[in-house]
Ligand binder design. Structure first.
Ligand SMILES: Cc1ncc(COP(=O)(O)O)c(C=O)c1O
Length: 322
């Protein structure tokens, strides 16, 4: 092979785009590593078909409902989501012949609404100031009033963490024999629970499961703080070894550092996650630190975070990042 190109057998061959979900690359970030014995790995979930980790979850939620006979073609699925799960559900619902209605805060970036409409979903907006909790409240209310909806409800559905338990975590274990720390953002908690449970089962308590949480009152798109009053039912706090708070400013700074130093184009929650991964890496003498790149930055272009001076951006009202 010329020029050092190493095509591991082309990422596989699949019957359709839904089957192609997952199988994402694990990329070493050598420039960010604080010492030679500590290796930092980014799991590129942005390489999924709709650009985020939520493709895995949306597929798992729909397959689970089909297996249990809870949905039939033509039925309307209803889900509260800040965007990524909705976009992924919209793509899969369209492929499989379901309709989709998503409930989403009215202050998310316009790219998210465009992507949802592009895949044929209908959007119901909830009050932006109430964040994702407001979207959850409104969707639960709509579902209670109209039993014809099927609500997968990723916050309380075991199929969400199972997508990681049976997918993401196995892919990581295929590539690495040792993992000292696994770092992800906390939204529904699915990524941390599913990966955390599988990694601990396979590697024991040596692997530390670490959550990146936004500071209360400083929302980072896609993430939530457990201190804000709602603990999603799928969360088992005993799986988490640590949670580390990240400011909105740090999330943005680190999103830019990933881009400038490692040429890794990621969304804002990944900036927060990388910040925490690097802090953990700094505490170790050796070992592998794996963190999740939840999505790429295409949905955040309009916010200007990749192009405007950092000080100008970090001082903006943080609710616009939600
Ligand atoms: C951009 C982004 N990052 C991180 C997360 C957190 O993932 P999880 O819901 O698995 O906790 C989400 C989930 O909504 C997200 O959209």
């Amino acid at each position: 092979m010329g020029h050092g190109v190493r095509n591991r057998p082309c990422g596989g061959r699949y019957g359709d785009i839904v089957e192609a979900i997952g199988h994402t690359p694990l990329i070493e970030l050598k420039r960010l590593s604080p010492k030679p014995g500590v290796r930092i790995w980014a799991k590129l979930e942005s390489r999924n078909p709709t650009g985020s980790v939520k493709d895995r979850v949306a597929r798992s939620l729909i397959l689970d409902a089909e297996d249990k006979g809870l949905i039939r073609p033509g039925q309307t699925l209803l889900e509260p989501t800040s965007g990524n799960t909705g976009i992924a559900l919209a793509m899969i619902a369209a492929r499989k012949g379901y309709k989709l209605k998503v409930v989403m805060p009215d202050n998310v970036t316009p790219e998210r609404s465009d992507l949802l409409r592009m895949y044929g979903a209908e959007i119901v907006y909830s009050e932006g100031a109430k964040g994702s909790n407001g979207a959850v409240e409104l969707a639960l209310d709509m579902a209670a009033k109209d039993p014809s909806y099927y609500m997968p409800y990723q916050y309380g559905n075991q199929a969400n963490p199972d997508a990681h338990y049976n997918g993401t975590a196995l892919e990581i274990l295929e590539e690495l024999d040792e993992v000292s720390a696994f770092v992800a953002g906390l939204g529904t908690g699915g990524t941390l629970m599913g990966n955390g449970r599988r990694l601990k089962e396979e590697l024991g308590d040596k692997v530390k499961i670490v959550a990146a949480e936004p500071m209360q009152g400083e929302p980072v798109q896609g993430l939530r703080s457990l201190d804000d009053g709602f603990i999603p039912p799928i969360i088992d706090l005993s799986i988490l070894d640590r949670k580390i708070f990240v400011t909105n400013r740090d999330a943005i700074l680190w999103t830019r550092r990933l881009l400038d130093e490692e040429q890794l184009f990621a969304g804002v929650s990944t900036g927060a996650i990388a910040r925490v991964a690097l802090r953990i890496a700094g505490e170790l003498d050796e070992g592998n630190v794996v963190f999740i790149v939840a999505d790429d930055g295409t949905k955040y272009f309009s916010s200007g975070i990749y192009t405007r001076p950092i000080d100008e951006i970090a001082n903006l009202d943080s609710t616009v990042w939600w």
